[in-house]
Design a binder for this molecule. Structure first.
Ligand code: ATP
Length: 363
């Protein structure tokens, strides 16, 4: 029987290349940069967790710990670097920085998000007024979103996300910029969602809001899952960490953060894969070679390479050579068959006589 979950992550990592120039970016894309030339940062270092249907799931952690990276991977905005991601149902994300197209008006954004979610134009028209009512941003609905305040963007983003009826609602820090009245309205809507048995992923620095809303919570710490479980227990452990951290001197705090970030720069995904395979082999009592094969499939089976592979490099080179060949044929004026049977004629361009139309070779 298949497991009953809404979201499953297994050994999910996310690597960012820290390019320092456009030429580095280009070389990075074509995968021709020298080994270790471009620094890498591992925003996630192997996250495994499941989120159950109908659960309100909290995600907490210090700034830069990887919370948004994880929620963006779950919502499909960015791909993982390795690992298995299974999301059962439509997701809708409300985040301060995601979702709305800034050059479009509020109304156009409603249509766009609705269409992207697979709603018919009729269904979008049906919910449009509810969204406008909920967002309560007056005539600004006809203005481009770039002219909105952050609170107004948050209102519209939240209103759209909850009215397009997603199976999984992801809220990433989006309640922190609204005023009190709107915040209460959002809380009521989230509670209604919970009652309807929908799944909610709630990313927040507000431990009070997480405690109020979430059944289970994950604490992400510098790219790793530090703790997962009952919300109160996780929040207590996090508060304990924070109060101990505050007791350290500024120098100690700085060193702690630098060391953790360095571990994210030095993370070796191949060593991690080997370690996962070894643990799998011991746990499932299977040969190491079998576990290594399974682990490799789990890590890379559903991941599209973001850089050029050897095969794509060869294909691009072939396409380039073909293009050059046909360009030379055009310039030389010889026929394709003649050029293929004797490519050296490409070096002897012909000249067409404008009176007779006949061609002659240049010597
Ligand atoms: N596009 C990117 N390129 C390089 N590094 C990135 C990129 N996006 C995120 N990061 C890095 O990944 C790490 C995790 O970022 P993320 O936004 O997921 O953290 P967060 O826990 O949501 O932080 P916050 O609480 O401040 O919102 C950070 O160190 C960030 O600098």
């Amino acid at each position: 029987m298949s497991e009953n979950y809404k979201v499953k992550l297994e050994n999910v990592t996310k690597e960012y290349d820290l390019y320092r120039s456009k030429s580095e970016k280009l070389r990075g894309f074509f995968n021709i940069a020298k080994h270790n030339e471009i620094p890498h940062f591992w925003s996630l270092k192997g996250i495994s967790l499941t989120i159950n249907p109908g659960e309100a799931f909290g995600v907490i952690g210090v700034n830069g710990s990887g919370k948004s990276t994880m929620s963006n991977i779950i919502s499909g905005i960015i791909p993982q670097t390795t690992g298995y991601v299974d999301v059962r149902g439509d997701t809708s994300i409300v985040a301060i920085s995601a979702g709305l197209k800034w050059s479009l008006t509020g109304l156009e954004n409603i249509r766009l998000k609705g269409l992207m979610q697979g709603l018919s134009l009729k269904k979008i028209d049906d919910v449009r007024d509810d969204i406008i009512d909920f967002a309560d941003i007056g005539n600004f609905i006809d203005q481009p979103v770039k002219d909105y305040s952050s609170g107004m963007r948050s209102r519209l983003g939240f209103a759209i996300a909850v009215h397009i009826n997603p199976d999984i609602l992801i809220i990433d820090e989006a309640l922190s910029v609204g005023d009190d009245t709107f915040y209460q309205k959002c809380l009521d809507k989230i509670q209604q969602f919970k009652k309807e048995g929908k799944t909610i992923i709630f990313v927040s620095h507000s431990l009070k809001q997480v405690a109020l809303l979430c059944d289970r919570t994950a604490w992400i710490h510098f790219g790793e899952l530090r703790m997962i479980g009952n919300t109160k227990e996780v929040i207590d452990a996090y508060k304990n960490f924070s109060s101990n951290f505050k007791k350290k001197t500024a120098k100690e705090r700085d060193k702690y953060q630098k060391d953790k970030k360095q571990l994210q720069l030095d993370f070796d995904v191949h060593a991690y894969e080997k370690q996962v395979a070894k643990e799998k082999s011991e746990k499932d009592q299977v040969a190491l070679s079998t576990a290594e094969k399974d682990t490799h499939k789990l890590f890379y089976g559903e991941v599209l390479p973001s850089k050029m592979t050897k095969l794509s490099k060869v294909l691009v080179l072939l396409a380039f050579l073909c293009m050059m060949f046909f360009a030379l044929i055009t310039v030389s004026g010889h026929s394709i068959t003649k050029s293929i049977s004797n490519p050296s004629v490409l070096l002897q361009p012909t000249m067409t006589d404008p009176n007779t139309g006949s061609s002659q070779h240049f010597k």
